[in-house]
Design a protein around this ligand. Structure first.
Ligand SMILES: [Zn+2]
Length: 141
């Protein structure tokens, strides 16, 4: 590799989010210099892998590649509301139940990453519905 990058972002494949995420990356100053993983449910599979209910570790495999080959040390995890991979909003009893589930999955994913790579810096953001659009909310564990 001639040069690496500092960041990796994991976000959902959902078409509704892509332009919002692109703009947010520019605001954060990470646009371009970033590995991008765009998969259904974002952290869902990694969280399930961490607790042993999903055999696939392809997310971890790709992040390992980014860590080893690109020198990535900053991971941005995101989860959004009304995610089809979770069955959408109607799969939950209410907004708080939905928030608890997706934030919980992000935290499990973060822990799995830090267990493997303790020198990673992992930030978490929930992408909330806001009127006709979306907004990013930082999440702390
Ligand atoms: Zn989604």
């Amino acid at each position: 590799m001639s040069h690496g990058c500092k960041y990796l972002i994991l976000h959902c494949m959902d078409y509704r989010l892509q332009s919002v995420i692109e703009e947010w990356k520019k605001t954060k100053g990470v646009s371009g210099d970033i590995d991008v993983m765009s998969i259904a449910g974002s952290c869902k599979d990694l969280a399930n892998y961490a607790i042993g209910t999903c055999e696939s570790n392809f997310v971890m495999a790709m992040i390992t590649l980014a860590y080893e080959k690109h020198g990535v040390r900053n991971i941005i995890l995101t989860q959004h509301e009304d995610c089809g991979a979770y069955g959408g909003k109607t799969a939950f009893a209410g907004d708080e139940a939905e928030k608890a589930k997706v934030v919980g999955d992000m935290i499990k994913a973060k822990k799995a990453l830090l267990d493997k790579f303790p020198d990673l810096r992992v930030e978490m953001f929930r992408i909330k519905l806001a009127g006709e659009g979306w907004e990013f909310e930082a999440v702390n564990d």
